[in-house]
Design a protein around this ligand. Sequence first.
Ligand SMILES: Cc1cc2nc3c(=O)[nH]c(=O)nc-3n(C[C@H](O)[C@H](O)[C@H](O)COP(=O)(O)OP(=O)(O)OC[C@H]3O[C@@H](n4cnc5c(N)ncnc54)[C@H](O)[C@@H]3O)c2cc1C
Length: 472
Amino acid sequence: MGYSVPVALALPTLLSSCSKNGQDDDGGITPVNKFKDYTVVVVGAGAAGLYAGWYLQERGFNVKILEASDRVGGRVRHLSGFADFDIELGAEEIHGNNSEWYRIATEQVKAKLNDAAKDDFYFFKQDFADQNEPALKSESFSNQFQEFAKTMQFVADAPSYSGADLTVENVFSTSGISWNMFGVANGLLGNEYGTSNNRLSIKGLAEEDSLWSAGDESYELKDKTMLFILETKFAAILPKVKKNTQVKKIDYSGTKIVLTDQADETYQADRVIITVPLTVLKGGDIQFIPALPSTKVDAYSNIGMGGGLKAIFKFSTAFWEGITLEKLGSVIGYNEIPELWATAVGRGTTPILTAFIMGEKGEQFSSMTPEDAKGFLLGHLDNIFGNNTASQSLQQDGFYLMDWGKQPFIRGTYSYPKVGGGLIFRKELAADVDGLLFFAGEATHYEGHNSTVHGAIETGIRVVEEVEDSIS
Ligand SMILES: Cc1cc2nc3c(=O)[nH]c(=O)nc-3n(C[C@H](O)[C@H](O)[C@H](O)COP(=O)(O)OP(=O)(O)OC[C@H]3O[C@@H](n4cnc5c(N)ncnc54)[C@H](O)[C@@H]3O)c2cc1C
């Protein structure tokens, strides 16, 4: 549920090079005396920035992290006090067990995990169906089973696509599969990749998936939050984070790099690591002096990142359990709400549903007032579950909208491959400028783990290695 689980390989290069540079034989980190003469400013305190800042400090650098918002974590964020468990508003799953992020969560912070795989129900033509027992669940589903099976095959084949560079929707529309299955294909592909099928490049998806090495399982935290893991692991660097400090200008023309924030305060650095979301680079929020090279501009222009939201509903009863016959995991395939899941499973008891709406549909709801969005979304839930059940069961103050496109320093969900793009652009985005400016953050992962927390962490590892190499 909620976010892609592709297949393949990338981590070994990053981690082996990290241990080559930074770790002794026991896995401890050895500080290097000469690094104490260098000041590195990290822009952004999300997963990538926190990892990079923490690791640099362990290696002996002077570090400062400048963060535009009033909190750390970036796209890792949760809602407390709404239910009897904390609800993740951004990243929710740990993808795979072969990553530094997984090791931090389980071995270092010792968080307990739930297997995120739940029963998926597919919804179309006013009916539910369980993928495993389609014929038993519904007659209308059974009648359409051939089309559904073809759609599932289309989704399974997407990672090995080798044709022309087209959107998923272009290829789906010429596949001969019934358009009734549009929502299922969009829920399983476009929406999972943080966008919609009419924007996602199927070739780019295949290219990225071919490098995935984190493992196929996905996990959720049972009784901790993602932010707790970050704040526990990176506790030593948190005092060095200056919040409410939006970097507006980076002048790297002189012997020292000079950063200027929104209040015209300046900071000097020998090296700067930029971890801001892609949209912030695209939007020109930071003025670079001299201007960034055209390869960098090409790079961020050819990677996608759009809006999306999580809408959280709190009900008086878990009415869906009776309707779907079994305990609900996710509902996938309803056009307006591409993915919906029962959020409390394994974590709490408050009856919560999370609607996960990325890309075009997410932006449509985002353009409404929150009250209108709530009304329309509830109407859709009533359509899914029937009999005004959702509207009648919604608790007072039982709606919370996390609209990522409207977060001023994030302005979107996570990066995705566009038609005409490709990993080559992520590599360009990651490249340093003059050995002075270094780039990290999920969108700069060019070995298949972009768009994830573990990918962001891995870029933090990579970038520290690059900073060290620029000095040695
Ligand atoms: C709805 C949603 C669901 C997701 N689900 C998952 C999931 O289940 N599993 C998973 O692994 N990943 C998931 N992700 C993706 C994951 O959250 C991101 O890939 C990851 O957190 C990005 O980390 P980052 O450090 O690259 O960027 P960010 O977390 O965005 O950090 C960048 C920081 O830079 C700051 N900043 C911006 N501009 C400036 C400036 N000018 N000056 C100073 N600071 C600035 C921002 O405020 C932010 O704190 C999800 C994301 C979203 C939005």
